[in-house]
Design a protein. Sequence first.
Length: 355
Amino acid sequence: MSFFSTAETAFGLDISDQSLRLIQMAKAGRRLKIQSYNEIKLPAGCLIKGEINQPEVLAKNLEKLIKTKFGRGELSREAIIALPETETFLKTLEIEAEKYEEIPDKIKQLLPQSLPLDLDELYWDWQAAAPNGNNYQIVIGASPKKIIDDYFKIFTEAGLIPVVLEIEAAAITRLLVEHNHDETPQIIIDIGQSRTGLFLYDNGVKFTVSLPISGGQINEMISQSLDLSPEQAEAAKIACGLDEKKCEGAILELLTPIIGELSKQVLNAINFYYENYPSPNEIKKIVLGGGGANTINIANVLKRATAMETSISEPFKSLKNPNPKFFTPDKSQSFITAIGLGLRGLDPDNFYDHP
């Protein structure tokens, strides 16, 4: 089971509880471009926290996603797929080994201390950066066998070949950090409809944290507190955001505890990194992505809460937007993972893959 092998023509497939998104990249001379793209919403209950609850519905919608794609050119049957963040584990270990061949055995000794499941219940893979003497920085990806086996069955029925299974954090940092040429040590926060992922980057993703904060949770809080329907709550969140001058600051006041909890998690992650990792660099900024990053004034509010530079991600900083009417500024934030997956098939790998 490979989480790290490369691909040449595969498209990126991002699967969440609410939607399916695809991006296929192509080379145009020395530049990269988005060749094919699409997004469809999934019926409620199809996936629940990354687990497939309605396999036939997922397979049907996957086929629809492919058949109704936008763009030109034939879509590859090979796919680079982001595994659900709540069901994946990413860990960086420092390992000392006299010989490269010793690394797998050393990983097996250390890995059980870092993961909540037994190794025989997981598919896992690893990657080693260029060594510093006998010291190797090892990136390990793992996911429960049951989750992956269920997804593979669906992909096979849809006629797709999963060539790479990737941790979501790796896809996001490939776009926002590597492709955008900004390798500043940073916290990336991906605020989704059902969960929020926090990734600490410092010469690679060091660890990920899944947070119980989501767009859906925020909508529910607004709905209950202000006696609004779910649709009205979403509209109020979009219109007012965290601007104290809009809606008399009602939404800002309501969501202040959530922002406080988010800022606490950010600072806890940074302190954990400083205290537990060798030679850490200073984490200098926060970058927000995902649909929740579209919330008005969220970057400024989080900046005040953490006293750190905070900004909204730029998915098209180093890529041309192929269709601004489709990839609006708001929708672009939701495509960060899919674009990062699409880049995987064309960008050279920065690591030495193990045999």
